[in-house]
Design a protein around this ligand. Structure first.
Ligand SMILES: [Zn+2]
Length: 407
């Protein structure tokens, strides 16, 4: 009882503190906390202060009416390209417009180039940028460099991860064009040394000597991630002759191997995705593989990826889970990220779910028409409004203020 009055004093101070931002009346979807209904979200500083119906917003510095919109945790894009790859896009230019507040660079830099990427991109971005470090020391610099087994050093890769745990969340192997398992095995060895997951992007053509079955059942560990899951040259989850989901893919999922969308410019194919979804084999995580090409014609940003999954039968609630709490868990950042839990960082996305007739394109430039399209209207990153498409936080212009001279 001795500390009770002190506690009351601080509790009083907290409740008296005005909120900095209140999002009023939106439909909140926070799968980590089983929230799916109309509620308000209050922010103090860079943290979520409260999520509840009918929050008293009196005295709040900014109140935004988000009635009719969906409010979710800021999206986490597990596979994108910000640095070290020729098609990299500066993260703020693409992510924040799409409601993505955390973007994971999938293997742009290796241990040799990470510091340069950190200084030039990661430290300068408002978006939170995390990294899967390429097993190749020089990173994703094209076939000759990415095929160089001599530059795959598990020890140096693991050492770089241990020095930068705040940013580096795993290892990536990609585009290895030679036969055999050297790239994947070196990446997994680095993962073992650093206790970190490995994201795998590789071809299974006959001349590589690699098969989906061996990769998924014998080589990958529980917690490792097969990206580009709907690209049948990367992993054959749907048997190309029978159209059935491979029993070994189901078995791999049971043993903890994870499957990531990784849309990109070549990895979301209607024939594979629709068959897998119809047979109950959705992605564990929805991600874009966003780069200079995929952002254009196939439009692989997160809201479009979610809309495409909804067209294939996934609910919005499920798609949000696979874009927030699921990726946060994969990179071991839950509950720090991926939730609107009270006290967590105030990374928030607000979406309009439009109804109409919309064209959704796959990587083979075939389109399907869908009736619902998710569009980001507002993004809050660390408690600050970073994107406001509909001007929800803007006062109306009046002619009285025209050519006002500000001394
Ligand atoms: Zn990629």
């Amino acid at each position: 009882m001795k500390y009770f009055p002190t506690f009351l004093f601080f509790a009083g101070l907290l409740s008296a503190q005005p909120y900095d931002l209140v999002l009023k009346g939106g439909h909140v979807i926070d799968p980590a906390n089983s929230i799916d209904g109309v509620m308000d979200v209050a922010v103090t500083g860079d943290r979520i202060a409260r999520v509840a119906a009918g929050i008293d917003a009196a005295g709040a510095r900014k109140v935004l009416d988000v009635k009719g919109y969906y409010v979710t945790p800021g999206l986490i894009d597990l596979h994108a390209h910000e640095c070290g790859y020729s098609g990299s896009i500066f993260p703020d230019d693409s992510a924040l417009l799409a409601g993505t507040t955390t973007i994971v660079d999938a293997g742009g830099p290796g241990w040799r180039s990470f510091d340069d990427c950190k200084a030039r991109v990661i430290d300068k971005a408002q978006t939170r940028v995390l990294v899967f470090l390429n097993i190749v020391g020089h990173g994703m610099l094209g076939p000759k460099i990415e095929d160089n087994v001599e530059d795959m050093d598990p020890q140096k890769t693991a050492a770089k991860i241990k020095e930068n745990r705040d940013i580096i969340v795993g290892i990536k192997t990609a585009h290895f064009g030679r036969p055999g398992w050297a790239a994947i095995k070196n990446a997994i060895e680095a993962g073992r040394l650093a206790d970190a997951p490995v994201m795998i992007d590789d071809k299974i053509f006959s001349n590589t000597g690699r098969t989906s079955r061996e990769k998924l059942l014998d080589i990958m560990r529980p917690g490792d991630i097969q990206t580009h899951m709907f690209n049948d040259r990367q992993v054959e989850i749907v048997d190309r002759f029978t159209g059935k989901v491979q029993p070994y893919a189901v078995e791999a999922r049971k043993r903890g191997v994870l499957f990531d969308l990784g849309h990109g410019a070549g990895s979301f194919l209607w024939p594979v995705a629709s068959k897998a979804m119809a047979q109950g084999f959705p992605p564990d995580t929805i991600s874009t593989d966003l780069h200079a090409n995929s952002i254009m014609l196939p439009e692989s940003d997160m809201p479009n990826c979610i809309s495409k999954m909804m067209l294939l039968g996934m609910t919005l609630q499920d798609a949000i889970a696979r874009s927030t709490v699921n990726p946060a868990k994969v990179i071991k950042r839950f509950p720090e990220l991926g939730t609107l839990g009270e006290g967590r960082v105030a990374d928030i996305a607000v979406f309009e779910l439009r109804e109409g007739v919309f064209a959704f394109k796959d990587a083979w430039h075939k389109k399907r028409l869908g009736s619902r399209k998710l569009e980001c209207v507002l993004t809050v990153r660390g408690g600050k409004v970073a994107h406001d498409a509909n001007g929800l936080g803007y006062p109306e212009w009046t002619s009285a203020g025209e050519y006002e001279v500000i001394e």
